[in-house]
Design a protein around this ligand. Structure first.
Ligand code: F6P
Length: 376
């Protein structure tokens, strides 16, 4: 009897990042060309699996996408178990399972960050063969050395800091550059070091604004009356960090619906307040140092455009290794980057975890040794 051709589904979920198309191509070219499998893409993350919106991926659709930013499949932050359908939040897991079987899929490959790893685990627990690849500019997925998207965003943020130097210097200003990263500081730390920022603030090291002002004033006293502050979007003062920790603990301990609701409101209030944090920080530093300050929010330019060579290589090798695992029927894992190689890691060991910057990480130590103020 002829061997059944394996049919693979693939989707991209969560925020987009450079390298997604390179990864789709890496999976696709190896699966189709090397192993003779079939590949079908589902549009807009897990929603495409629910609504059966597909794109057949053949050698023609996979051609010319290596260098293209974004994702040819589209993406969304929809979760299988909590999806808004006709204005109501529903658990669509069963629909996904049924569609998977109706389509005769042998595996679904999910490209995404922390949230996607959790959603993929849910589908694994619902009985599907799932494999994930780690993607995000934040570099915060657990159990992998790196995520694709990070290297490109790092280049973009570094180039921005480079450019801010000359204008800050000309005007004798403080320029506070807000860098993405959600609740992790990898991107701000890496680009801050590479771009020679004078102050780097990351969520993992809560700051004291007086200490930052003192570092900036010391520079002025030494004849350098401009400073670049690279601040991660999730960075916060010691007071705010304490308040957040208390609110999170309260939510963890809440047993009644009423207590849960109250704790969630407290958390949401803190989040809203945090959204203006960079502007407040710049104003505060201006008051404390008497140096004019300006803010640059890098935002989505960090996620857009063509992937760097490093991300193309990483995404291609993870994608290709993913096809190898499908061939071996080794499912329920994330394909992690490990040194120059790859390693399958069970989804249970990845989902719900986050790779934060250890405060004693060599990047932090290095930044301090070259005189960078880390805000503490
Ligand atoms: O996870 C990538 C990321 O760009 C984070 O750095 C940022 O906090 C978040 O996504 C923004 O999400 P959205 O695209 O939903 O605005």
């Amino acid at each position: 009897m002829a061997k059944k051709i394996k049919r693979i589904g693939i989707l991209t979920a969560g925020g987009d990042s450079p390298g997604l198309n390179a990864a789709i191509r890496g999976v696709g070219k190896t699966a189709l060309g090397y192993y003779g499998m079939e590949l079908v893409g589902f549009r807009d993350g897990f929603r495409g699996l629910v609504e059966n919106r597909r794109l057949k991926l053949d050698k023609f659709t996979l051609a010319g996408i290596l260098t293209v930013g974004g994702t040819i499949l589209g993406t969304s932050r929809d979760k299988p178990h909590r999806m808004v359908i006709d204005g109501r939040t529903k658990d669509m897991t069963k629909v996904i399972v049924d569609n998977y079987h109706d389509w005769g899929l042998d595996c679904i490959v999910c490209l995404g960050g922390g949230g996607t790893q959790k959603n993929a685990l849910r589908l694994k627990e619902a009985g599907l063969n799932v494999i994930t690849l780690p993607k995000t500019i934040d570099n915060d997925v657990a159990m992998t050395d790196a995520t694709f998207g990070f290297a490109t965003a790092l280049d973009i943020a570094t180039e921005t800091i480079d450019r801010l130097h000359s204008t800050a210097h000309s005007h004798h200003r403080i320029i506070v550059a807000e860098i993405m990263g959600h609740r992790s500081g990898w991107l701000a730390l890496g680009s801050g070091i590479a771009g020679g920022a004078d102050v780097i603030l990351i969520p993992e090291i809560p700051y004291d604004v007086e200490h930052i002002a003192e570092a900036i004033k010391r520079r002025s006293r030494n004849g350098t009356n401009f400073s670049i502050v690279a601040v991660a979007e999730g960075a916060m003062s010691r007071d705010d960090a304490r308040a957040l920790e208390a609110a999170e603990k309260k939510l963890e301990r809440a047993r009644t619906l009423h207590d849960k609701k109250e704790a969630k409101i407290a958390l949401a209030t803190l989040e809203v307040r945090h959204s203006g944090n960079t502007m407040r920080l710049a104003k505060h530093l201006e008051e404390l140092t008497q140096l004019e300050s300006r803010v640059t929010i890098l935002g989505y330019v960090q996620r857009g455009g063509t992937p760097s060579a490093a991300d193309r290589i990483l995404a291609t090798r993870l994608g290709s290794a993913c096809a190898d695992l499908i061939n071996e029927e080794h499912f329920g894992v994330m394909v992690a980057a490990r040194g120059d190689g790859t390693e399958p890691v069970p989804l249970e060991r990845v989902a719900g975890k986050r790779k934060a910057v250890p405060p004693d990480h060599s990047w932090v130590t290095t930044a301090r040794r070259v005189g960078t103020c880390m805000g503490d």
